[in-house]
Design a protein around this ligand. Structure first.
Ligand code: FPP
Length: 255
């Protein structure tokens, strides 16, 4: 991998990706949407592998949103098949490379076979310490927030805490991402300028990188460019330029 000036000591601690444009990639080539997802899976392999080799500790991938359940039955089915196959094939590789897999989202909606394969991979990799891949599956940022509110409300109702105890740290600790630092960099492919109900609470000072590249074309060179752009940014977290010495990682619970 030619790293072309990437500073290894200033990499993001957590990269999150909204993988978009599989359908357009396929349409442009006169192929079916599912072929686009298949090629998108190869990009998933690329970014996981490259993150691991670079030593990026956390990578979150928005693989399926709650809204994606509304897609045609055949496409949902094909995506679930791809996912199951990916998890089955990649699990031994994750073990070899010390990758820990986490899944966030409403897993109760996943087909049994996918859920079984997913739970197996999460369990098998739980003690790996190399890097963490977070798969957002049937995930919705708003749903995550709603469940956080329910969790805290229950504690208040049961007398486990007072309303006045509720603070940012407590809220973060009740989100699905409680064990994960806030993303430093959020990448979105295919040029759309929106968050699409992915991380909402978790991205107050995350650097956004939006590229017109379609997800199946997002490979080593494109990922490297995103990381280089991240390193060109000056993160001030609300402070002035003069107050900032070295570029910083995320606020909050980041490591
Ligand atoms: C968005 O493209 C992509 C998805 C909804 C699914 C992402 C899935 C993969 C990359 C493949 C399998 C995933 C894993 C983790 C192995 P789109 O269909 O919305 O594209 P469009 O906007 O061009 O129609």
């Amino acid at each position: 991998m030619n790293l072309k000036g990437l500073a290894k000591n200033r990499l993001p601690g957590h990269v999150a990706i909204i993988m978009d444009g599989n359908g357009r990639w396929a349409r442009l080539r006169g192929k079916g949407r599912i072929e686009g997802h298949r090629r998108g899976r190869a990009s998933v392999r690329t970014v996981v592998e490259m993150s691991r080799r670079l030593g990026i500790p956390y990578l979150s991938l928005y693989a399926f949103s709650t809204e994606n359940w509304l897609r045609p039955k055949e496409e949902v089915h094909a995506l679930m098949d791809l996912l199951e196959h990916y998890l089955a094939v990649e699990q031994p590789k994750m073990m070899r490379h010390g990758i820990r897999l986490l899944a966030i989202g409403d897993k109760s909606r996943l087909p049994d076979a996918v859920l079984r394969t997913l739970e197996h991979a999460v369990r098998a990799t739980q003690h790996n310490t190399g890097m963490t891949v977070v798969l957002a599956l049937s995930y919705s940022g708003r749903d995550d927030i709603a469940r956080m509110v329910q969790g805290i409300a229950r504690k208040v109702r049961d007398g486990a805490c007072a309303v006045e105890d509720i603070n940012e740290e407590m809220i973060s600790g009740h989100m699905e991402t409680k064990s994960i630092p806030d993303p430093d960099l959020l990448i979105r492919t295919s040029g759309e300028m929106r968050i699409s109900n992915f991380f909402l609470w978790q991205i107050p000072y995350t650097e956004l990188y939006i590229t017109s590249t379609l997800w199946p074309d997002f490979r080593e060179a494109e990922y490297l460019e995103a990381l280089l752009e991240f390193q060109r940014r000056r993160r001030r977290f609300g402070r002035t330029d003069e107050q900032i010495g070295e570029p910083l990682r995320s606020v909050g619970r980041s490591q």
